[in-house]
Design a protein around this ligand. Structure first.
Ligand SMILES: *Cc1c(COP(=O)(O)O)cnc(C)c1O
Length: 417
């Protein structure tokens, strides 16, 4: 396989699959999200080829980036879909996924939402004893998966870690007996067990410890067809970051999984549901510089965007590498890169970046996962356009919004005199 690089600097200009970034900015306007499908494909194959098991399914966690073109592309690669809402289920159906290729893994949703998902025929994943109790009381024998919380504290920070003891996610491993009792007394049809410890797992050892807990729990369920180990695969945000060692993890995990299947005398399916690992690096967010502002303590680069378009730096203190597309070889200065929203929306504090001038195009790397998807209309500003690059060609996959979108669904019923 050819190594596909993230945005390449060719002499003095940045390119995405051979297309100059400045050309994309000119053609579609700014701010703009651009996704490179070659990177998505590279990541998908990196993951798939790491495992040597008979049955492997990658359920793409579509909340990371759910543009329908991206969903269709992932389906063409062979991915299935992990969804967290009915809206995502319908999007996936529209993108061509069959119900049996979709898993519904919500948190704290109503029984009605589960029922609607079952009517569609998707796989469902239950993360609380109360809903399991409802299934038992109503003798519902739809095949289900149970989400178990192994209580391994992992993840970049408490906002994204979902495996710790206070987390709202999953059924505590300490309540395993209660699950088994419901299963035995009511004949619940449990076909899968699942865990998802949270994002950003650095250490393969920590991950493997958690999988041991799930394997041990899985041994109690006689009718399993699959075990789903969620996600948590880390990608590089800074050059010095470590990415989850997928090859190492794949080897260890395959060994454990094949042992489990051998003991059981049945080839189960090994499942994962990555979002960030698949799409993070594929995305680049482009914005224009509105103003360079000097203060006694800071040099600000103010952009024509803000946390309405990219909230991860403010919400998670996430680091996104920032590149000056217009001046790649300029002398570096220390910039606080800020948005135009009336909140403290710093993308970066005192970051060394080649000199930024008014109208320069600024790029944020790793803008594929949880970036556009978390955007909003705050400050009555419109959401940016999205472009997909596929086989060296660029395609508009979402139009830029306009004022009509801000007013859509407002009814304005009273006419004040
Ligand atoms: C969000 C989510 C994922 C994806 O997590 P990433 O860190 O993006 O890989 C997987 N599974 C579940 C249940 C999720 O909620």
């Amino acid at each position: 396989m050819i190594e596909v690089l993230f945005m390449e600097l060719k002499e003095d200009r940045y390119e995405l699959q051979g297309i100059p970034v400045t050309e994309l900015a000119e053609k579609y306007g700014l701010p703009l999200y651009v996704y490179d499908t070659a990177i998505i494909e590279r990541q998908y194959h990196k993951l798939v080829s790491a495992f040597s098991v008979k049955n492997l399914t990658i359920n793409y966690a579509c909340k990371a980036l759910s543009n329908i073109s991206i969903l269709r592309f992932l389906r063409s690669l062979g991915a299935h879909a992990d969804t967290v809402s009915l809206g995502e289920i319908h999007l996936c159906l529209k993108a061509g996924f069959k119900p049996e290729e979709i898993v519904f893994t919500p948190s704290a949703v109503s029984i009605e939402e589960y029922k609607m998902a079952m009517d569609i025929g998707v796989g469902i994943n239950i993360d609380n004893l109360e809903t399991l109790g409802y299934f038992a009381d109503h003798k519902i024998n739809y095949p289900i998966c149970v989400r178990i919380n192994p209580h391994i504290m992992a993840g970049g920070n408490k906002k994204i870690s979902t495996g710790h003891i206070d987390s709202k996610f999953g059924i505590s491993i300490h309540q395993l007996d209660a699950i088994l009792e419901l299963m035995d007394s009511a004949g619940l049809n449990i076909e899968g067990v699942h865990m998802h410890t949270g994002s950003d797992i650095l250490d393969v050892e920590v991950f493997l410890q958690a999988t041991d807990i799930l394997f041990k729990a899985a041994a109690h369920f006689p009718d399993l067809n699959y075990i789903d180990f969620g996600s948590g695969f880390k990608v590089k945000y800074k050059p010095e970051d470590v990415e989850t060692d997928i090859a190492l993890f794949g080897r260890e995990m395959s060994r454990k999984f094949n042992d489990f299947c051998a003991k059981r005398g049945k080839d189960l399916t090994l499942m994962f549901e990555p979002g960030k690992f698949i799409v993070s690096e594929s995305g680049t967010f482009l914005a224009k510089t509105n103003i360079i502002k000097h203060s006694p303590s800071n040099l600000f680069a103010g952009l024509d965007t803000g946390f309405n378009h990219l909230i991860r730096p403010m919400f998670y203190e996430a680091y996104h590498e920032i590149v000056n597309i217009s001046n790649p070889n300029g002398d570096k200065k220390y910039y606080s890169v800020v948005g135009y929203i009336c909140e403290t929306d710093n993308f970066a504090w005192n970051r060394p970046i080649p000199e930024i001038r008014v109208d320069d195009i600024i790029a944020f790397k790793n803008a594929g996962a949880y970036c556009f998807q978390m955007s909003s209309n705050y400050n009555s500003r419109v959401r940016p356009a999205e472009v997909m690059i596929y086989k060296g060609k660029d395609y508009l996959i979402r139009e830029r919004e306009d004022l009509t979108d801000i007013l859509r669904h407002q009814t304005d019923p009273v006419h004040f005199s």
